[in-house]
Structure formats: structure tokens, C-alpha cells
Design a protein around this ligand. Structure first.
Ligand code: AMP
Length: 656
């Protein structure tokens, strides 16, 4: 393979080059996540499983236009931020992306603008210049720090769309991460012509993947097992590979993929760039870095400690698609005088604000698109109470100082501990106390510890408010409003006299009591909206007690699964549970297999959720595993060929 050519670097990158000498960079503060949900809503993989940028197909026809879909999510391209964002034309200067300073090509900058990335995160600032030079890199950073763009952007910058064989291979521990990374690449490259991204993982149609690989893709993102299968079969040609990324390397180690990763590394061309990202650096991962990376740049993201004691801080865990509903519930049950909701991108601020507006809140938006004069007017309205809820991005809310903010909601987890401290500091001002609530998706739960260290105190857990608590709030608020209206009437004396006359007349006509009349008037005041939330209670029940959840949480926090012997003792009977079937797999102690290897491999290559995998027992030369009944034939066939510890599972039904 030809050595990687850097090509002429833009002037600003050459400038960077001279400055960027240090091998190791340690950066204080960084965890971020959150925009993923919105992005996922914007970027749907094509049905055929291939991701494609704004490219033309073989026959020259335009691809279904993802760029258009992304562009339509751009605040500038349509969504209306409401009166607060209406500014005179001359005030609307196009924001210059801070990403331009890296010397990224214009198509990439356009792609970033479309998904609302305004400022690079710390890991991006540190890693992008190094990777653009073609250096190897070891990054100690978690998901949520913006690491995908940290490697995705420079690798796309160096990509040759004219070369139709894979130039970038990203190995991920799970199929979900593979999908996510492929989607991210595709969104960054939405405005680049001819870039094809293919996620490959087990459980998806093998032949389909072969066809896409034959037609030509430049970026492959996959789980180790399926990538190895393609390499062995000769359907994944890596002779032209320029860069390999090992994403979440410690997870790959934990899930038993590390030998596979080493095998892949050994098959690659000698001249290649290797990028390794890992949240932790166990010795095994260090060794890989020493043996397979050349003089790598090192970037470590660290948390900073700070103080946030005056502010009561809580967090709740909610799945991405339910965040908006959870937000409405939190506002109903916890809403205070002034609320600031922090969101990751411009697009999310608009989505959130629109939804709240529909639910009757007085909302304003502050994001990078709001010009300075407008910003000041908005803050003034927040200060005097004409606006009660502000939805903002970090950059836009910088330095915001309004005393009456009683609640800060981190709708998206912040970039880092420092950003968290800054955000919650918008409440608890002028000697008052304040509340802060952090939304975490289940995957983001592992960043909690970092934020707790940043504020030097625990961030308590809370549940999404359930119907009972919301209803109690509604009743309290109604009583409060009624009392206030009695004490400070809204209408002038003339109007009140007219209202009294109506009451008298209706009472006479209907011969009803004052109580009945007052009740009818209150009902009228509800404006047709139901007083109480009814129906299925989907929130508010403590789900933490259920064994599967606990198990998931342990795994998400990187904890070990309980010894399988313990789990075995949970039930005295020896057979599988009613809804499970027992299978035999041809790998055992002598292959040094651990339960984690089996769970990881089966979950990732078959598409089964980890929690649906039941009891595992490991014997000398084989193991048994309980899986949900009714496994489809194609999944069964996939599992038969699946390799764990370099041995085919040869799965079979026990007793068959
Ligand atoms: P990652 O750590 O790569 O999984 O990124 C976490 C989340 O942050 C994803 O939803 C990204 O889309 C988002 N993100 C990454 N970089 C930026 C940025 N510079 N500005 C705004 N959002 C970002």
C-alpha cells in the first residue's frame, strides 16, 4: 500500500502543525453526550443498511437526500424559534464555525453546521490537529466527550472519495455503537460527494453486506466478529486501508474481543494510522498501544473539581425518545419561577422550545443564531418574568446572570464537569438556593461519577415524576391560584360586577347552591383540559429493584456481572425458565472463556439484548446458555458460525 499522503494542508493547519509538538496532552474536564437522540431522529440509515453521503449512485442518479434531511433540521432552514428570534436582517450574520480553524474542507464544515456543532469539544480540539497530520493517537476519553467527531472529522478530511475500497475501518464493541458511529460519519460527510459508509455487524444479512462492499465503500464500521468473517472470506479488502480506529477499546477487552482486535491489527498494511480510544487504560490496552501504534500522540480528558453545594442536584435516567415527555413531567412537578433548560445543539433548543410552547409555557430560546441585541431582550424578559422558561445552548448562556432562576435542567448532559458547574451556577444566585436536574440516558449513567467529582458531592437520583405526584402539584397549584385571585382580583370592579350578575342569574335559573356554582366556575377555568393525568402509569415506579435493570446497571458502570454460580443459586430448579431454552456451545474453561465473552459475543452478533441472555454455565470443553425461546433460524445459523475465543460456537439445542 502506498504510504499515506497528507496532501497539501490548508495554511491554517500548517500553522497548527508548528505549534502541535507535544506527544501527550492532558485536558481538564470533558464528558458530553446528548445530541445523539436528535441526530438519530434526523439521520435514518437507509433500509438497505448502507449509509451514504450526498452522493450519486452508480447510475448517476441522486441518492435519497440525507443532506437535505439534515439541512431541514437546521434552525436556519425552517424551524421558527418564535418571536424572540425575529431579528432585523442585518443582525443575522452567519456564524463562523470554530471548526474552520482546523482547516477542514468546506463540505465538512457545512455538514457540521447542519447538525449544529458550533464549538469543538476539548477532545476534538486536542485530537483533530494530530490526526489530520496522520499521526497515531491514544485517547483516554469516554463516550460523550465528542470522540467520534474527534476521529471522524480528520479521517474524513484525509479520505480520497475517488478510491472505492475501504480506507477507514472502525472497530466497535457493540452493534449499537457501530450504527451510531456510522450514522455520525454519515452526518459529518453529508455534504461530501461520493462517500459511502457501511456498518457491518452480526445479525444483519451477510450477502447484503458483501454486495455493498463489492460496490465500493470507503468507511467500514463494524464489530470484530463480523469484520473478521468478511476478512477471512476475502470480501473485505483492507489492502488500501489508511486508518484503523479502535473505539471503546476497554469495552472490547471486557467483552472478550481483544484477541480478535489483535488479529485484525496483524492483517493490516504496515503503513496505516491507528487511533485507539478507551475510557480506561488497562495494561492489556496499553500493550496494544505499545505494540501496534507508532509514536502515538496521547490525549487524556480529566475532570475538574468545583463546588456546587448551595444547589440541590439530582439526576434521572430516561431513554432518549422519552426525554421530551419526561421534561414536561419534570416541569409540571418541579417547575419553579424561572427555569433554564440546557440543550446540546441549536436544533434541540428549538425542538424543546416548540414542544413546551405547545404545552402552554412561555418559552424563549438562546442559541448561537440569536443576535446580541435579541439576546439582551430575551434575558430582560426572563428577568422580569414575561418569559418563564429559557432553552439555551452553553455558548449562548455564557455569563447569563438572572436572580430568579430556581431550576436548571440539563436536558442534555454537558460537555464536561466544568460546563456542568457553569450551567448549574445559573441558579442559586444572590444567596438563594436552587435546584438542578440532570437528564441521563441509560448509556450516559456512567458519566455521573465524573460530574459528581466535578462538584465534589453526590448528585441524588430521582424518578421521572409519576401521575400521582403531577396530579398533587396540579391540585396545589389550582388552590394557590384560587387563593391569589381571591386576594388580588384580576378584573376591574366593573368587570367583577358583571361577573357577579352572571353568577346570580345562573344560580336563580338553575336553582343551585353557591358551592355548585363555584365548582362549575372552576371547571370552566380548566379550559377543557383534564384536571388530572389519567391512564397508564408509565413513569414514577421505581424500576431500580428489578433484577434485569440492576444487572444492566452493573454492566453499564463497568462492574462485573455477579459470579454465575451466585446467579445459579437464585433458583433451585436446574432447567431453564419457562420462556427460555437451553443451548450448548462448544467453548469451555479450557478455551479460557468467561461468561462476559459469551454474553458479549451473543448479544452483539445476534442482536439479542444482553439482558435477555439467561443463565450461563461453563464446563471443561463446552458451556450452556439460556436464550429466549423461538430463536429465528437465521439468528441460529449466525450463532453457529459465531467465533468466541477463536472457536466456532457450533451452538445446538440441548436435548436435540
Ligand atoms: P460522542 O462522544 O462522540 O458519542 O459524542 C457525544 C454527543 O455529543 C453526540 O451526540 C454528538 O453528536 C455530540 N457532539 C459531539 N461533538 C459536538 C460538538 N462539537 N458540538 C455539539 N455536539 C457535539
Amino acid at each position: 500500500m502506498a504510504p499515506i499522503s497528507h496532501g497539501p494542508l490548508p495554511a491554517c493547519v500548517e500553522g497548527f502543525t508548528r505549534l502541535q509538538q507535544p506527544v501527550t496532552q492532558i485536558i481538564d474536564g470533558s464528558t458530553m453526550t446528548g445530541a445523539a437522540d436528535t441526530q438519530a431522529a434526523i439521520e435514518q440509515p437507509r433500509e438497505d443498511g448502507l449509509f451514504s453521503s450526498n452522493a450519486t449512485t452508480e447510475d448517476g442518479a441522486a441518492e435519497p437526500d440525507l443532506a437535505e434531511a439534515i439541512a431541514s433540521a437546521d434552525p436556519e432552514a425552517g424551524l421558527d424559534a418564535g418571536p424572540d428570534n425575529e431579528a432585523p436582517e442585518q443582525e443575522k450574520a452567519l456564524p463562523v464555525s470554530a471548526f474552520a480553524a482546523f482547516g477542514l474542507r468546506q463540505e465538512l464544515l457545512d455538514g457540521l453546521a447542519a447538525i449544529g456543532f458550533e464549538e469543538p469539544s476539548p477532545i476534538q480540539k486536542a485530537a483533530i490537529p494530530e490526526l489530520m497530520l496522520g499521526r497515531d493517537l491514544v485517547g483516554q476519553a469516554q463516550t460523550g466527550t465528542g470522540k467520534t467527531a474527534a476521529f471522524g472529522l480528520p479521517l474524513l478530511q484525509r479520505l480520497d472519495p475517488g478510491q472505492r475500497t475501504p480506507q477507514v475501518l472502525v472497530l466497535t464493541p457493540t452493534r449499537e455503537l457501530a450504527m451510531q458511529v456510522a450514522e455520525a460519519f454519515n452526518s459529518y460527510a453529508a455534504c461530501m460527494k461520493g462517500v459511502k459508509v457501511l456498518p457491518i455487524y452480526g445479525g444483519a444479512d451477510f450477502r447484503d453486506q458483501i454486495q455493498h462492499l463489492r460496490r465500493g465503500v470507503q468507511i467500514v464500521v463494524g464489530t470484530p466478529g463480523r469484520v473478521m468473517d468478511h476478512m477471512r472470506q476475502g470480501t473485505l479488502d483492507l489492502s488500501g486501508l489508511r486508518s484503523l480506529v479502535l473505539d471503546e477499546a476497554d469495552e472490547m477487552l471486557r467483552m472478550g474481543f481483544i484477541d480478535d482486535v489483535k488479529w485484525v491489527l496483524e492483517q493490516l498494511p504496515a503503513e496505516r494510522q491507528v487511533v485507539l480510544f478507551s475510557a480506561t487504560m488497562p495494561s492489556e490496552i496499553r500493550r496494544i498501544s505499545q505494540n501496534h501504534l507508532k509514536d502515538p500522540a496521547e490525549v487524556t480528558i480529566r475532570q475538574k473539581a468545583a463546588d456546587g453545594r448551595r444547589i440541590r442536584q439530582r439526576h434521572l435516567v430516561v431513554n432518549g425518545p422519552q426525554k421530551l415527555e419526561a421534561l414536561e413531567r419534570v416541569l409540571e412537578a418541579e417547575g419553579s419561577e424561572g427555569v433554564i433548560i440546557f440543550a446540546r445543539t441549536k436544533a434541540i433548543t428549538l425542538t424543546v422550545a416548540e414542544s413546551l410552547e405547545q404545552h402552554g409555557y412561555d418559552v424563549a430560546v438562546l442559541n448561537g443564531d440569536v443576535p446580541q441585541t435579541q439576546r439582551e431582550r430575551t434575558i430582560e424578559r426572563l428577568r422580569d418574568g414575561r418569559v418563564n422558561v429559557l432553552v439555551a445552548t452553553d455558548v449562548a448562556a455564557r455569563g447569563l446572570d438572572v436572580d430568579r432562576i430556581g431550576l436548571v435542567i440539563n436536558y442534555d448532559i454537558p460537555f464536561d464537569g466544568e460546563a456542568y458547574v457553569h450551567r448549574i451556577g445559573r441558579t442559586g444566585r444572590a444567596g438563594r438556593s436552587g435546584e438542578a436536574i440532570l437528564f441521563l440516558t441509560p448509556r450516559e449513567r456512567r458519566f455521573l461519577g465524573g460530574l459528581e467529582r466535578a462538584v465534589n458531592q453526590p448528585i441524588e437520583v430521582m424518578e421521572v415524576p409519576g401521575n400521582a405526584s403531577i396530579n398533587q402539584h396540579r391540585l396545589d397549584r389550582l388552590r394557590q391560584k384560587l387563593t391569589t385571585t381571591l386576594q388580588q382580583p384580576v378584573c376591574n370592579p366593573e368587570e367583577r360586577a358583571l361577573l357577579a350578575e352572571i353568577l346570580q342569574r345562573v344560580a336563580q335559573e338553575q336553582s343551585c347552591s353557591p358551592d355548585q356554582l363555584a365548582l362549575a366556575a372552576l371547571e370552566l377555568g380548566l379550559g377543557g383540559k383534564p384536571l388530572l393525568l389519567q391512564g397508564e402509569e408509565r413513569w414514577g415506579q421505581s424500576r431500580s429493584g428489578t433484577p434485569t435493570r440492576d444487572r444492566d446497571r452493573d454492566r453499564e458502570r463497568g462492574g462485573e456481572r455477579r459470579p454465575f454460580n451466585d446467579r445459579h443459586q437464585e433458583r433451585s430448579e436446574d432447567g431453564p425458565e419457562d420462556n427460555m431454552e437451553r443451548f450448548r456451545i462448544e467453548v469451555g474453561w479450557r478455551d479460557r472463556v468467561k461468561p462476559g465473552n459469551i454474553v458479549g459475543a451473543i448479544a452483539n452478533e445476534s442482536g439479542l439484548a444482553g439482558r435477555s441472555i439467561g443463565k450461563i454455565r461453563i464446563f471443561d470443553a463446552h458451556s450452556t446458555v439460556d436464550l429466549p425461546k423461538g430463536m429465528p433460524d437465521d439468528v441460529f445459523a449466525d450463532l453457529r458460525r459465531l467465533r468466541v475465543m477463536n472457536k466456532e460456537l457450533q451452538i445446538s439445542r440441548l436435548g436435540s
